[in-house]
Ligand binder design. Structure first.
Ligand SMILES: [Zn+2]
Length: 427
């Protein structure tokens, strides 16, 4: 009982923190940055435009404690702030819109992976709020021996023989990726597809794996573009992230862990390319709220993306291919998951294996019940209507029931609350 009380308190605090974040929003970032000649210090002048909905007075950004701050001003006046547990907290003035200027310096060694200064939002290099999508403008100057990579439109690149100046503009930014690497670090590759330039930056010199990543991603890109809706960002970049144990999609930008790239020659290990590419539509076209406490969020984002990857292959190689993949997932479940600690209902919403194996099987049943056309119309509508926005499961569900019957959706939710392969799925 005592534990329950504590859990209640923790939950209340968490909910409170979260609702505060929801009431305020970062609308845009403008970052003026300069890497010094030694490459050790990155000076950042951040201008954040914020909007809030009510009389909220305290705000807490996620921002790494190790970063020394030089000054913080709000609408021109310096303000008092507190820092702890990678949070930057302060009191807001009583207006609805305001501009926050934060001047700070990053010690680049703290953000290095191999020889790359790898800045992504999860490293808390820039102040941010959960479930917040903003526009961004990054103006960056680096010494001659570096190149820079980010998402969004790159305009007015200038090089005078001593320094390089970059200007990146993104209408929809959620991951705040910015990589700065020595000029000899990456090997570039590019493809053009449906009027979009797709850029790849590999550290590996293995051209066979680079070409496989490019081929697989273009296939998924074409499918997403045709099946779900026109790709909206102006550019699309895949970049190798040394030492990163994952692959991750951000709007217009995909981070690739070196291990995943090395394994891509094996057909059973290249699934991530299609999966991360399709996340450009699901999870980075519209965004699923991370902290809405719905039991079905991971199913709506992860299982759906994985199922779409399979549908992409179905479109290229036929219905038997899709059936074989779903069957294979069921075998993986029966052989490796069933009866283990991983054997959980998807509705527990944990980062687990069933979400990726059984989840697509459940989506397949939903699609069969709805019929192909309605299922596709649901996906297209969701993407078109909520591009660049953060949605919760309630909105997702409302859109789904526009095209699926309430019974279908209830059946889907029931399947998510029990373990195992749904009995309706026959191989
Ligand atoms: Zn995923």
């Amino acid at each position: 009982m005592k534990r329950l009380v504590w859990l209640g308190i923790i939950l209340l605090v968490a909910l409170n923190g979260q609702s505060v974040e929801r009431r305020a929003r970062i609308v845009s970032y403008r970052l003026d940055m300069q890497l010094d000649s030694t490459g050790r210090w990155l000076d950042v002048q951040a201008l954040l435009t914020l909007a809030k909905n009510d009389t909220l007075s305290d705000l807490r950004f996620h921002f790494a404690d190790i970063i020394p701050i030089r000054s913080v001003t709000c609408n021109g006046d310096s303000i008092v702030y507190r820092r702890s547990q990678d949070g930057l907290q302060f009191r807001l003035p009583s207006c609805r819109k305001f501009q926050l200027r934060i001047h700070y310096t990053l010690e680049t060694d703290s953000f290095k992976s191999d020889r790359v200064i790898a800045l992504v939002r999860a490293r808390k290099w820039v102040p941010y709020l959960f479930d917040n999508v903003a526009s961004s403008e990054i103006n960056l100057t680096v010494p001659v021996r570096y190149y820079a990579y980010s998402s969004g439109k790159q305009r007015d690149y200038q090089f005078d023989g001593v320094i390089r100046q970059y200007h990146f503009n993104a209408k929809v930014n959620a991951g705040m990726p910015l990589f700065i690497a020595p000029v000899d670090y990456y090997i570039g590759l590019s493809r053009r597809c449906k009027g979009i330039q797709i850029n790849y930056f590999f550290h590996t010199t293995d051209t066979a794996v680079a070409n496989t990543v490019a081929r697989e991603s273009v296939q998924a890109f074409r499918f997403g573009n045709r099946f779900i809706g026109r790709y909206r960002p102006s550019t699309f970049t895949y970049i190798e992230f040394p030492g990163f144990d994952f692959c991750q999609s951000m709007p217009g930008f995909v981070l690739m862990g070196s291990k995943y790239i090395a394994n891509v020659k094996r057909p059973d290990k290249r699934y991530w390319v299609g999966h991360e590419t399709l996340h450009q539509w699901v999870g980075n076209g519209y965004f699923m709220a991370l902290y809405s406490h719905s039991p079905y969020n991971r199913f709506a984002e992860e299982s759906l993306t994985e199922y779409l990857r399979m549908v992409c292959l179905q479109k290229s190689y036929g219905d038997d291919t899709l059936r074989a993949m779903l069957r294979e997932n069921c075998h993986i479940y029966t052989a490796n998951i069933k009866g283990t600690a991983e054997d959980l209902p998807i509705a527990l919403n944990r980062p687990n294996w069933v979400t990726y194996t059984i989840g697509p099987v459940i989506w397949h049943l939903v699609r069969m019940e709805m019929g192909n056309r309605k299922w596709q119309r649901f996906l297209r509508k969701l993407y078109a209507r909520y591009y660049g926005k953060v949605i919760d499961y309630a909105i997702f569900r409302r859109q789904l029931t526009t095209f699926a019957s309430e019974e279908t959706v209830l059946r889907m939710e029931r399947r998510l609350n029990v373990k195992g392969i749904p009995p309706e799925f026959t191989e």
